[in-house]
Design a protein around this ligand. Structure first.
Ligand code: SAM
Length: 287
C-alpha cells in the first residue's frame, strides 16, 4: 500500500449504504492519517469500528466549516495528514467538503482524492436514462427565487439531470419539476446499495402521483431526461414562424449584435440568402 503523504488532505469516499463498498485504499488511508475530520463523528464511529480504525476524529460539518477549515489548515502546517470523510459517499459532493478543499489549494496543501461510492453516479449509471452527457443539479436551492431560476434553467437543459432530495420534500419537488419541465421520462433511484434498492423507471407525473399515494421512505436520487433536440428544434421553428425577418434582425440588434452580424445570423437561422435578409431589413437602423 502507498506511503501516506504528510501535510496532505485526503478526501476519502465512504459507503452510501453497503458497508462493503469501502475500498482497501480508503481503510489504509484512514488508519494511517493523523486525524479524521468527519461530518458526524457519531455516525462515522460505526464505520470506523467495523474496519478496526482507531485514528482520532474531529468534527467538520456545515455549521463549523469555515472556522474549522482554519484549524485543520493549522494541523496541515504542522505536517499532519488529515482524512476528510462525510456521512456517506464522496466528500465534496453536496456536503461541506468543498470549502476545505478550496482553502487547501489557496494555502498550497496537497489534496488527494480516494474515490469510491457516490449516490449521483450510482443512480445515473443504473437509471436507464442517457448517461453520455449529464448535469449534476445536487439539491435544488431552498430559497424561492433561486429555486425558480434553477428550475427554469433545467427546463432548457438537454443533458440528463441528477437531483438529490430528502424523502419529506420529494413530492413537492416532483410537482415543481413537473410544472417547470413538463412531463418527462425519469428514474427514481431509491436506497442505493441497500437491501431495498430500487429503480423506478417512470415519468415525472407518475412519480409525483406514486409518492403522493405512498409516503417516500429512505434516500432518493432523481435522474431526469433532458429536453430532446427535436423539441428544441420545434420550439425554435415555432418562434421563427411568428416573427418576420425584419423583427428577427431588430431582435439581434437589441441583443447587441451589429447589423452585419445580425443579418448573417438571421440568414443562417432561416436558411435564406443574406441579400434577402438585407433587403427586408434595409431600413432597420443599426451600427
Ligand atoms: N456526498 C454524498 C455522495 O457522494 O453521494 C451525498 C451527500 S448528500 C448530503 C445526501 C443525498 O445523497 C441524499 O439526500 C440522497 O439524495 C443522496 N443519497 C445518499 N445516499 C443515498 C442512497 N443510498 N440511496 C439514494 N440516495 C442517496
Amino acid at each position: 500500500m502507498e506511503e501516506i503523504r504528510k501535510g496532505a488532505l485526503y478526501l476519502v469516499a465512504t459507503p452510501i449504504g453497503n458497508l462493503s463498498d469501502m475500498s482497501y485504499r480508503a481503510v489504509h488511508i484512514l488508519k494511517e492519517a493523523d486525524l479524521i475530520a468527519a461530518e458526524d463523528t457519531r455516525n462515522s464511529r460505526k464505520l470506523l469500528s467495523a474496519y478496526d480504525i482507531h485514528t482520532p476524529m474531529t468534527s467538520y460539518h456545515e455549521h463549523n466549516k469555515y472556522e474549522k477549515a482554519e484549524t485543520l489548515l493549522g494541523h496541515l502546517a504542522e505536517g499532519k495528514t488529515i482524512a476528510l470523510i462525510t456521512d456517506a459517499g464522496t466528500p465534496g459532493i453536496s456536503d461541506p467538503g468543498e470549502v476545505m478543499v478550496q482553502r487547501c489549494h489557496e494555502e498550497g496543501y496537497p489534496v488527494i482524492p480516494v474515490p469510491g461510492a457516490c449516490a449521483a453516479i450510482s443512480a445515473l449509471v443504473a437509471s436507464g436514462q442517457p448517461t453520455r452527457r449529464f448535469a449534476f443539479e445536487a439539491f435544488l436551492p431552498a430559497a424561492k427565487k433561486e429555486r425558480r431560476e434553477v428550475l427554469a434553467e433545467m427546463a432548457e437543459e438537454t443533458r440528463t439531470m441528477v437531483v438529490y432530495e430528502a424523502p419529506h420534500r420529494l413530492v413537492k419537488t416532483l410537482k415543481e419539476l413537473l410544472e417547470a419541465l413538463g412531463d418527462r421520462p425519469m428514474t427514481v433511484a431509491g436506497e442505493l446499495t441497500k437491501k431495498h434498492e430500487r429503480f423506478f423507471l417512470t415519468t415525472i407525473s407518475e412519480a409525483a402521483a406514486h409518492f403522493e399515494a405512498e409516503e417516500p421512505r429512505g434516500e432518493y436520487v432523481l435522474v431526469i431526461r433532458g429536453k430532446s433536440a427535436e423539441e428544441k428544434k420545434e420550439e425554435k421553428a415555432e418562434a421563427l414562424a411568428g416573427q418576420s425577418i425584419r423583427e428577427a434582425v431588430e431582435e439581434k440588434l437589441k441583443a447587441g449584435f451589429d447589423k452585419k452580424t445580425a443579418i448573417r445570423m438571421v440568414a443562417e437561422e432561416r436558411g435564406v440568402p443574406k441579400r434577402l435578409v438585407y433587403s427586408e431589413a434595409i431600413e432597420v437602423r443599426g451600427s
